[in-house]
Design a protein around this ligand. Sequence first.
Ligand SMILES: Nc1ncnc2c1ncn2[C@@H]1O[C@H](COP(=O)(O)OP(=O)(O)OP(=O)(O)O)[C@@H](O)[C@H]1O
Length: 264
Amino acid sequence: MLHIKGVSKLFNPGTIDEKLALLKAELHLKQGDFVTIIGSNGAGKSTLMNIISGVLKPDVGVVEIAGHDVSSLPEHKRSKWIGRVFQDPMAGTAPRMTIEENLAVAYKRGQARGFNFGVTKKTKAIFREELSRLGIGLENRMGAKVGLLSGGERQALSLLMATFTRPQILLLDEHTAALDPARAELVTDLTEKIVKELNLTTLMVTHNMEQAIRLGNRLIMMDKGRIILQVNEDRKSELTVERLLGEFEQISGKKMADDRVVLG
Ligand SMILES: Nc1ncnc2c1ncn2[C@@H]1O[C@H](COP(=O)(O)OP(=O)(O)OP(=O)(O)O)[C@@H](O)[C@H]1O
């Protein structure tokens, strides 16, 4: 479903600001794989997500989604295959628009050109049904401005919008990190439910090792632009935070340089 083949990315080559963000990354996911991504600061996690979504172009290498080589396609041309939720609850939704208007935009995404913000009776019924799947009562507040929702409600809505058009790939970029523990748990539970129901191929960056171990069927660990560890389905259930930190230290020869990971 998703193939990353020999992808590298160097920022500001040949200058004093040169930064290696990805080196010969190889990752192969089948339909329905849910991989959690963990790593120290500046490891290349966001760069990997940006290269999959088309925000960044790799210097070399190939990105293949559902049999299509998308390496040279700009972000908007692959948006029909990809849903993405960011850390910032403000990022995925338009605060001055109502819930149903936001959903109308998501509904149109990846479809024919031109935005149509109109909400018909039929689409309204679809929106209500989709919102009720979240189980947090948003279906009864469809005319409410999104800016009035809590961070957790907005992230739940962002998740729904990102998966509305049934993308091939779901990218989650620390999407629960800015929420308090109770709301983070709610959004995490919704994530698991939606990913399972839609059998979505999912990549989730998290700084929480316990979450990285608990969620999904695969895990990768990154450091200095490299994927240094891939744990597949058969071994994932044996992982513990201590083992993972131990593996990181053994492979990278240093301690995990990210307090959020260690404390998390
Ligand atoms: N647009 C850019 N211009 C220059 N350097 C960049 C750019 N984006 C990322 N980098 C550098 O590339 C490396 C990888 O960054 P990236 O954001 O992918 O790491 P990350 O694993 O997501 O880190 P964090 O967990 O701290 O967010 C870092 O050294 C970073 O400073």
